[in-house]
Design a protein around this ligand. Structure first.
Ligand code: TXA
Ligand code: MG
Length: 337
């Protein structure tokens, strides 16, 4: 199958293919998603196959209106309404108790819940409206690879595996949505951090827990199946380093001493401070928004730069920094404090 690049003018082609049960990647504000109609078991299974995704990891249903969500759940709690009013369309996914028999069983991966999100991307919202059925949309990378923020990333992983890719430019946010579980007995809980922060959510629905604080007996069990898998990992080893310039210099010197080529992904400030002759440098910009925006492209770019190791700058795990650190820790083989 030759994967087509579909532009805004050819959107009807994507709509038609989706209605026929084909897989079409689409842009969102976070990362590109791998779309298929959420009501067709056959179409949803194609998504799992194209990604190489384990069948016990559920998919998010992408909607263009809130009523679709209300009609497909057992219970639409007041928190869901408040959060939808505050953050949709936008990078927040809500897990709710599903009404049985509406969506393809494969997308829930054996759970009784379904997660929903309304992406903040006009072209994709229009496409969902035209298709007339919500779309599943896992990140459009092959399983374990960094999520795609550009059409070229999707092509790299999916060329020949899917019908097409809707061209929507580079994604704005760069890391996937915040996932909140509204079905938890102990109250809402964040299962995956994103750029919509715990503080922002609390300002709308009051105090909540993050997954790490929910202890079940001795150990913390991952409620979101996706959390247990290897993630975001380039082939080249990634070492996450703090913002101490002299530490960076030591690590670079040591690798050079071993005749190893070094790739560096760091802020403008760090790059200016290190001033060594590094084989490949990727600037993450200046702010935490820049760092989230560039993270996955940096990992992919440096993975192609023929270096032996990638040194990646860490940041604080507060607010939107938590989203960045959550991904970087999964991509990295070592995190140096
Ligand atoms: O920003 C995003 O959320 C992107 C864009 C394309 O919308 N999508 C995305 O999907 O990141 P995916 O499949 O790569 O990540 C979804 C995460 C997984 O960790 C999955 O395990 C979890 O959400 N998840 C989905 N449905 C769930 C459910 N019903 N219960 C618990 N976790 C769920
Ligand atoms: Mg993903």
């Amino acid at each position: 199958m030759k994967t087509k690049i579909i532009t805004k003018t050819n959107l009807p082609e994507a709509v038609h293919a989706l209605q026929q049960g084909e897989v079409v990647a689409f842009p969102t504000e976070t990362v590109y998603g791998l779309g298929a109609i959420a009501t067709s078991q056959e179409a949803v299974l194609k998504v799992f196959a194209a990604k190489g995704r384990p069948s016990d990891n559920p998919l998010i249903v992408h909607v263009s209106d809130v009523d679709t969500v209300k009609n497909s759940v057992e219970n639409f709690p007041k928190e869901a309404q408040l959060l939808a009013d505050a953050f949709w369309p936008g990078p927040l996914t809500m897990i709710l108790q599903a009404k049985p028999g509406i969506y393809a069983p494969a997308l829930s991966a054996g759970l009784s819940t379904v997660s929903f999100r309304m992406p903040d991307h006009e072209l994709t919202l229009e496409m969902i409206r035209e298709v007339g059925i919500p779309l599943v949309g896992p990140s459009a990378n092959r399983s374990t690879k960094p999520s795609p923020t550009k059409v070229s990333h999707v092509l790299e992983d999916m060329d020949g595996r899917i019908f097409g890719i809707v061209e929507g430019g580079d994604t704005r946010v760069g890391v996937e949505s915040t996932v909140i579980d509204l079905t938890n007995d102990g109250g809402p809980v964040i299962l995956r951090p994103g750029v919509i922060t715990k503080e922002q959510i609390e300002s709308v629905i009051g105090p909540i827990a993050t997954q790490q604080t929910i202890a079940t007996g001795e150990k913390v069990t991952p409620k979101s199946p996706g959390m247990k898998y290897r993630h975001y990992a380039p082939t080249t080893p990634v070492i996450a380093l703090g913002d101490d310039i002299s530490r960076w210099k030591e690590w670079i010197e040591q690798y050079h001493h071993e005749n190893k080529k070094v790739g560096m992904m760091a802020t403008e400030k760090m790059i200016a401070g290190v001033q060594s002759s590094i084989e490949a440098v990727y600037s993450l910009g200046n702010t935490i928004e820049d760092m989230n925006h560039h993270l996955f492209d940096a990992l992919r770019t440096l993975d192609h730069a023929q270096v032996d190791v990638i040194l990646a700058q860490t940041t604080t795990d507060q607010k939107a920094g938590l989203a960045y650190m959550n991904r970087l820790k999964k991509a990295a083989s070592t995190v140096v404090k």
